[in-house]
Design a binder for this molecule. Sequence first.
Ligand SMILES: Cc1ncc(COP(=O)(O)O)c(C=O)c1O
Length: 385
Amino acid sequence: MSETTLNDSNSKQFQRFEMEDLQSKWEKVVDYNLSESGVDPVSVSKLLEKSNQDPEDFLSTQLHYPPTQGTKELRRQITRFYPEATIDNVSVTVGCAEANFNAIQALLDPGDELIVMIPNYMQIFGLGQNSGLDVKKFHLEEEKGWSPNLNELEEKVTEDTKCIAVCNPNNPTGYILTEEEMDRIAEIADSVGAWLLSDEVYSGAESEGDSETPSFWGRYDRVIANNSLSKAYGLPGLRIGWAVAPPEIIEEIEAQKSYTTICATILSNKLANLALSPEVRPFLIQRTRDHVRDGYSDFREWINSNGDVFSLVDPQAGAFGFPSFNLDISAIDLVKRLIDEKSILVVAGEHFGLNKKYLRISYGLPQEELQAGLGRISELVDKLK
Ligand SMILES: Cc1ncc(COP(=O)(O)O)c(C=O)c1O
């Protein structure tokens, strides 16, 4: 394999989304991809089988444009998970990625202040920079079990803060905000009238228990709650996400969509409606949890057997761990060497906004692949000790 470059941008202006660039470049090339944040995906046939659909009904779908906002059936289905929401509160998007993109474009103008939870999936952070926003950070703290430093958030907000962006459950730490922390974040946003943009794609993928991480929706009147079928439902290839927000914001998001994708596909709208139905949804959520929980026990065992190098705060959700490590190499360089020497892809802490030594390692894949991948990481780690 050739010498690895993680960022070959020549542009001074444009902030690349380095983690997604890295995944696009390597995920289909390496022998083992432990960089995914979702679980092994579900097939179309399984989805149709679980919903008792005649495959013919699906195959005879006429391939027209669905409504820009998403089909009414799908939007109605989505409202079931957001108290008091109506279909006018819902915009169906191409993944949560489009929901996040359109929300930032709809809400903020150049120069506006945006405060982002760190570490994080860096889409909103990079979008903020590329859109000329004044982007600030507040942190989750490893030494406090990855709970948020809300005093820092309180200190950072100003009268100019237009939006606070959180990811709950958090990618990459798997931390879930407590009800008290959610209330306090809403209070801080309210103190300056800021919007709260909440990326909730890992809700449903909890490591323990039966309950699902609550949405920020309904906790404060200026909330945009974004989600998708990519993570907790195991359906990333459908490319279906959504934003739930006050109708005037949904209209703005729709206006953005005219420039981005116009709409998601009719096939995806139909399959998403089946996925969220009362007949299928419980199966999908349970399936994801089985992957998360089985994978975690293998991963925890592996961390324990490499306890001289890795230290992990147990994630509360998501099919990934975010251990710190104590080798004499940066995370970025370790990721490069894992690609070049072991043909395995994981993600460096730098790609979540932390310049410390962390790796995000996924465990939502079939057991044999996971074991083989972890084994290859051990080989390089043993060499570097
Ligand atoms: C926190 C978070 N938000 C959004 C996305 C993008 O999701 P989607 O596939 O629904 O566009 C990801 C993907 O990894 C993510 O981790």
